[in-house]
Design a protein around this ligand. Structure first.
Ligand code: DX5
Ligand code: ZN
Length: 243
């Protein structure tokens, strides 16, 4: 326990505490409570909840009632990724349902400043997500105001897609911009991440790792899948510390 607390303290001083965020998109929706319990046991830090409207992305998933049901079965922060048009219309409802983090897509909202402030004023963490084809310059004016940036490393809409390799360079460049501007924004990366490429994504500068199929395709072994990702993340943190 003491050792855990010490390593936690060290990671915090590094300012790079890595969080693993299982995405329930690939979970068994008929058994969400059990699936969540499995990833909690593995040490998940955040639960990633993908909201899709069939317009912004070619898929439909869930809305506030499901978030409210999730809230009853877990104390993990609910990281609600809104892949929807006009996200500002639904922010309050998601926060009332229990969402703790909300990310909106830069491509879906022409008034990012207003929506970000609206989210934060209601006590939630606000993030801006960008698709693979959206340049980092889309974030330039908003970066100082956001709590996190969500870099999509696949085109949003579905789980189980392949990581787009050019995302690594994008993460690296964003890490440099954040370091040189002294912003507090965390970098979250979403899509195609698993044990095979996690190290590369972390080395590029990611701090919050979303993983769906790499975890939930393992069924009852989802606990072990999270532990494996946490282990890679902890080794990475130690290497950075001693560098
Ligand atoms: C994709 C979603 C992701 C998805 C990731 O549009 O935003 O959160 O669940 O799934 P994997 O990890 O399988 O790529
Ligand atoms: Zn997502």
């Amino acid at each position: 326990m003491l050792r855990f607390a010490l390593s936690l303290a060290r990671e915090k001083t590094l300012g790079r505490m890595i969080k693993i965020a299982p995405s329930i998109l690939s979970a068994d929706f008929a058994n969400l409570a059990q699936e969540i319990e499995r990833v909690e046991r593995g040490g998940a830090d955040v639960l990633h909840v993908d909201v899709m409207d069939g317009h912004f992305v070619p898929n439909i998933t869930l809305g506030p009632p499901v978030v409210s049901s999730l809230r009853k079965v877990t104390e993990l922060p609910l990281d609600t990724h809104l892949m929807i048009q006009e996200p500002s219309r639904y922010i309050s409802e998601f926060i009332r349902a229990g969402a703790n983090w909300l990310s909106i897509h830069a491509e879906a909202d022409p008034h990012l400043n207003r929506t970000i402030r609206y989210i934060q004023n209601q006590g939630a963490r606000a993030g801006v997500a960008i698709n693979p084809a959206t340049p980092l310059s889309a974030l330039e004016e908003i970066l100082p105001d956001v709590d996190f940036v969500l870099i999509m490393s696949v085109n949003p809409g579905f789980g189980g897609q392949q990581f787009i390799p050019a995302s690594l360079q994008k993460i690296r460049r964003l890490r440099e911009v954040i370091a040189s501007n002294g912003c507090r924004a965390e970098i979250e990366v979403d899509g195609g991440i698993g044990p095979h490429n996690l190290q590369d994504v972390l080395t590029a500068g990611a701090e919050v790792i979303v993983a769906g199929s790499a975890i939930f395709s393992r069924g009852a072994d989802a606990t072990e899948a999270v532990r494996e990702l946490k282990k890679i993340a902890n080794c990475h943190a130690r290497v950075v510390e001693t560098a």
